[in-house]
Design a protein around this ligand. Sequence first.
Ligand SMILES: NC(=O)c1ccc[n+]([C@@H]2O[C@H](COP(=O)([O-])OP(=O)(O)OC[C@H]3O[C@@H](n4cnc5c(N)ncnc54)[C@H](O)[C@@H]3O)[C@@H](O)[C@H]2O)c1
Length: 370
Amino acid sequence: MARPKVGIIGCGNISEIYFKNCQAFGMDVVACADIDLERAKSRAAQFNVPVGCSVDELLANPDVEVVINLTIPSAHAEVSRRALAAGKHVHSEKPLALTVEEGRELISFAQQQNRRVGSAPDTFLGSHLQTSRKVIDDGWIGKPIGATAFMMSHGPERWHPNPDFFYQPGGGPMFDMGPYYLTALVHLLGPVQRLTGMTQVSFPERVVTSEPRFGQSIQVNTPTHVTGILQFASGAIGNILTSFDVWHSELPRIEIYGTEGTLSVPDPNNFGGTVRVRRHDAKEWTEVAPLFGFQENSRGLAVADLMDAVRTNRLHRANGDLMLHVVELMEGIHVSANAGRHYEMTTTCERPSPWPLGFDETQLRLSFFR
Ligand SMILES: NC(=O)c1ccc[n+]([C@@H]2O[C@H](COP(=O)([O-])OP(=O)(O)OC[C@H]3O[C@@H](n4cnc5c(N)ncnc54)[C@H](O)[C@@H]3O)[C@@H](O)[C@H]2O)c1
């Protein structure tokens, strides 16, 4: 199968790993672009990409089949839409869109254009979350009845050079980190039917202690302690808490509770980590050996999957329906909190198909784009 030809838009911080992994996963980056042309040129030089150019030039380039959109969240939907309008498939960094309405429009536009749309996170394609899925699907914990997911922190102003956007609408811990946790939960347990949210601003003002803005203050305009109760269509009930307001915590990242035992799932912001299971009669936890590859940072894996799906005429895993459902979960938690009532989900999705057992970097190279 022909190697996919990729164009990358947005040559900032996170782009480096995508340039590296495109090559590793059998795809050719044929052009890269940024509103800051110098950044595009510099990444092109760094990774031997033939063209570092403007966004318009990249979209007009007939060689580009799929665009990877690594711009900032507020630009995701617009840049993705332009890519689709130019006849390209598109995969963006998370989130797919900032609102459900924006995401829905994007998906229906992709359908009209007969092009694929998808987004990060693709950490659910990593070793730990695929192994966790296999443990559940093979019945080791029985029927899942509940889940907990915790992302506790005290916010990014201690390390991020420019942390303002984390405290404005569209930021906050749920929109920033929620996609990893919620995508993992939907991958493991399926879609959510309804939810309840509660949110709070515990600190109305934050003081930056990172450089170069040490000592400056930020007014907080979005909730920073955000919790949701999720009722899955399967009947399981999940609790999620994401916070920028907590100094210390010993809570696990994700646990799945079943009728026969408990599964402990490592950090969904990574691709690897130790999966542990403890059945009802076990005296201690057992580590589950990784059953799949992709333990290292494999950002961009979903793009390889998307292009293989195009070539083989199947649904790609990090698809628009899954990611729109995740956007609605984040939005719904805030809507529910503001309204003081349950929120009924309007979107749904399939659980993305798992990798075949043992699928890893070598299998990918053998089966994709030869
Ligand atoms: N940095 C990380 O560790 C990290 C991790 C996971 C996900 N992400 C996600 O990746 C995305 C990018 O993050 P980043 O840290 O690389 O940000 P960044 O600010 O370093 O880079 C974004 C780049 O996009 C460019 N850009 C912005 N708007 C544009 C537009 N309309 N057209 C063309 N170019 C545009 C900017 O000039 C910049 O070079 C975000 O959605 C973020 O949530 C980042």
